[in-house]
Write a protein that binds this ligand. Structure first.
Ligand SMILES: Cc1cc2nc3c(=O)[nH]c(=O)nc-3n(C[C@H](O)[C@H](O)[C@H](O)COP(=O)(O)OP(=O)(O)OC[C@H]3O[C@@H](n4cnc5c(N)ncnc54)[C@H](O)[C@@H]3O)c2cc1C
Length: 511
């Protein structure tokens, strides 16, 4: 089994900074990143919400374009960091009650050919954030994607084929994505926000207005439509203070892409698997790991950095916060491994902390009221018969009605009486019940597109603050892996022969 004193997951700004900082003081580091992402994964909307309108591409082209866009990676490699690209971390494990025989803390790794385990002494999770997705009528058409997906395709693999973009969200995330789209030759036909005022940086707004971009505040999407499964037009509609569509305000715009830039959610799945304490902080994206001023989580030997520790819109303007958090985590991990003395480490860290304080900018404000407003406006403009979990084909109405997946063709009067309302009368509100009873969240995107929608719907039905809705649990593997990669051995001839027995109507075990 492989083993490394320090493993860093995520070679973005924060993870690379952490790895460099540790390598500089002589720590042996592995820096792991799933980028460039195989086309198959991109097609499954993993890890970002890429949508279905990717141009034909090839992975080697992505590798060629990926490394030069991440300048710091070259520096890390020069310092001797063991950089593993195209390698995902699908699980994190440590010794606990039910895993006492485990040979120390480990991460599960996989590339397109194999899966293996790596031991670590210290682990830094720098996995960034993912797109918040909330569905409107037509959001399952090719051409709908998230800001992170679009950013990744424009910057890292330079293969976002689109001509006319409608952008949802006027925070810095939306404004910056719009600016980036313009720089990539994409026309931005509308920036839309449910709020009555533009949310982001005034200078960015001015820059977009100068380029002729129209901003639609107090508006939402009524529907996106098109032929052959691809978006061709989007109907926008004005909304009042309650999110109700205002008659006579509909406007159809022609577009081939709708980019959801309404929020980012910290990627905490690997931290959750390790039972790192997560607390709900709406202002930085929801559930985030508790950490101290050295970026150490509640679990010994596990640190966090960057957007995974909490995303706020100001970070889009100043990504140096993520870089500095990475440096802090790198120093803290190195000091705990004995590679740097405590006084020197503390001096370096206090310098970085003051830099972070000076970069902090405006205090972030809570985001879930805005997320709720987007969901409410989509419901009022387009109804509840909209897919919430595209992987498993579960609509919002089916989540509210706690209905079993349609493909089971399993209905009954008793089932029809079931709903989130009846469920919360008997049990504390928990999205795991939604997962178990409807299968929303169990598909190949691993719930990345439905988790927040399910939590918001549950909070609404249970009349409970969103902060009191627990996190839907994560289970390894957190990336969709073929069984042949998880375990390369094939079944024996005897097992293969006996398989059909399990599905026989006379099977005594299954009944
Ligand atoms: C629209 C937009 C514009 C931006 N503009 C800028 C800009 O101008 N300048 C700038 O510096 N930054 C920019 N950013 C980045 C932004 O500022 C982020 O705050 C910053 O990237 C955070 O860095 P990070 O290291 O925390 O996360 P990220 O940069 O997101 O890196 C996380 C990495 O972890 C990897 N990862 C996640 N999970 C796994 C796993 N299980 N296994 C393996 N790998 C995994 C991901 O592939 C990713 O590479 C922009 C982002 C967006 C969305």
């Amino acid at each position: 089994m492989e083993s490394r004193p320090l493993v860093v997951v995520g070679a973005g700004i924060s993870g690379t900074a952490a790895a460099i900082q540790a390598a500089e003081v002589g720590v042996s580091v592995s820096l792991i990143d799933e980028n460039p992402i195989p086309n198959g994964m991109v097609g499954m909307n993993v890890p970002h919400f890429f949508g279905q309108s990717l141009p034909p591409g090839n992975e080697s082209a992505s590798i060629e374009t990926f490394i030069p866009t991440t300048v710091a990676l070259a520096e890390a490699e020069e310092l001797g960091v063991d950089v593993r690209l195209g390698t995902c971390v699908w699980g994190t494990f440590r010794n606990r009650e039910n895993s006492r025989l485990l040979d120390g803390p480990q991460v599960g790794l996989a590339d397109t050919e194999r899966s293996w385990m790596m031991n670590y002494e210290r682990l830094i999770i720098a996995t960034g954030a993912r797109d918040l997705s909330i569905g409107f009528v037509g959001w399952d058409l090719a051409g709908v994607m998230g800001a992170n997906g679009a950013h990744s395709l424009m910057n890292r693999s330079a293969n976002l084929a689109s001509r006319r973009m409608v952008l949802l969200g006027s925070g810095n995330l939306g404004l910056k994505t719009a600016k980036m789209a313009l720089e990539n030759g994409i026309e931005v036909v509308a920036v839309v926000d449910v709020s009555p005022t533009v949310q982001g940086d005034a200078a960015l707004v001015e820059a977009l207005r100068t380029e002729g971009v129209e901003l639609f505040t107090s508006h939402t999407v009524k529907e996106a439509a098109g032929k052959n499964g691809c978006i061709e037009s989007v109907v926008l509609v004005g909304i009042d203070d309650d999110g109700e569509p205002v008659a006579g305000t509909e406007k159809m715009v022609s577009a081939d892409i709708v980019c959801l830039a309404i929020g980012l959610v910290p990627n905490v799945e690997l931290l959750s698997l390790l039972d790192c304490e997560l607390t709900f902080k709406s202002e930085i994206g929801g559930y985030v790991p508790r950490h101290d001023d050295r970026m150490r989580t509640s679990v010994d030997d596990v640190l966090v950095a960057g957007d995974a520790a909490g995303f706020h819109d100001g970070m889009i303007i100043d990504p140096d916060i993520a870089r500095n958090q990475g440096r802090l985590a790198g120093i803290a991990a190195s000091a705990s491994l004995g590679a740097i003395g405590p006084t020197e480490a503390e001096d370096l860290m206090s310098e970085i902390r003051s830099e972070i304080l000076s970069q902090a900018g405006a205090k972030p404000t809570e985001v879930h009221t805005g997320w709720k407003r987007w969901l409410g406006s989509f419901v009022k403009a387009g109804g509840q018969d909209v897919l919430a979990c595209p992987c498993e084909g579960v609509t919002r109405a089916e989540i509210i009605g706690l209905q079993p997946p349609r493909y089971l063709e399993w209905g009954s009067e008793q089932m029809n009486r079931r709903s989130l309302q009846t469920q919360v009368e008997d049990n504390p509100a928990n999205p795991n019940q939604i997962k178990r009873l409807t299968r929303a969240g169990t598909g190949i995107c691993q719930g990345r597109r439905c988790r927040e929608q399910a939590a918001l719907l549950l909070a609404e039905e249970a009349n409970t603050p969103i902060s009191e809705i627990p996190l839907m649990t994560y289970r390894p593997p957190v990336r969709p892996l073929p069984l042949s990669i998880m375990w390369p051995d094939d079944e024996s001839e005897q097992v293969r022969t006996e398989w059909p027995k399990w599905f026989s109507p006379n099977n005594k075990v299954l009944g």
